[in-house]
Unconditional design. Structure first.
Length: 160
């Protein structure tokens, strides 16, 4: 028979993992873009626009007052709104248990130039617990709105 000399099986060269194909570069770039967008969305959700949410709640309180709610109920709603705003700025541990003069100092520390008058602060901290109190709710609502609009943009943390 005719014996031909055959060469052995030809194996392909070992492929290296570097440099990757262009498709891998495009995939990596898309993954980085998606991660950046996801981080921005999570940051926005964690730091909701506190000023806008607080002003919306104040608008609801004002509508409640216009529809005939009692002064005592409106005053309690304003105090709750201000306390929530303080907790959102400084955290639950620093502000949730504060009361009286400590709470007033924390209110004044955030936006001192747009603060409340002394009578309004006394009304918010102590006098609202009295059975009879005299107050001008409309001026208190205006002061609260000025205070909320003067909130600084530093590290607000909205609690869920």
């Amino acid at each position: 028979m005719n014996e031909l000399e055959l060469r052995d099986i030809h194996l392909p060269e070992a492929s290296l993992w570097w440099p990757p194909a262009p498709g891998w570069w495009i995939s990596l770039l898309l993954l980085l873009v998606v991660l950046v967008i996801l981080l921005l969305v999570v940051r926005w959700l964690r730091h909701k626009p506190l000023r806008r949410l607080s002003l919306h709640e104040l608008k609801r309180i004002r509508q409640s007052y216009a529809s005939g709610s009692s002064d005592k109920a409106v005053l309690a709603d304003i105090a709750v709104l201000l306390r929530r705003t303080l907790i959102s700025y400084h955290g639950r541990g620093a502000c949730a248990a504060s009361a009286g003069d400590t709470w007033i100092e924390q209110l004044q520390r955030i936006a001192p130039q747009q603060g409340f008058s002394n009578e309004q602060l006394q009304l918010l901290s102590r006098d609202r617990y009295k059975p009879d109190f005299a107050c001008d709710i409309e001026s208190l609502l205006q002061a609260c709105e000025r205070w909320l609009r003067a909130l600084p943009r530093r590290e607000p943390r909205v609690s869920a």
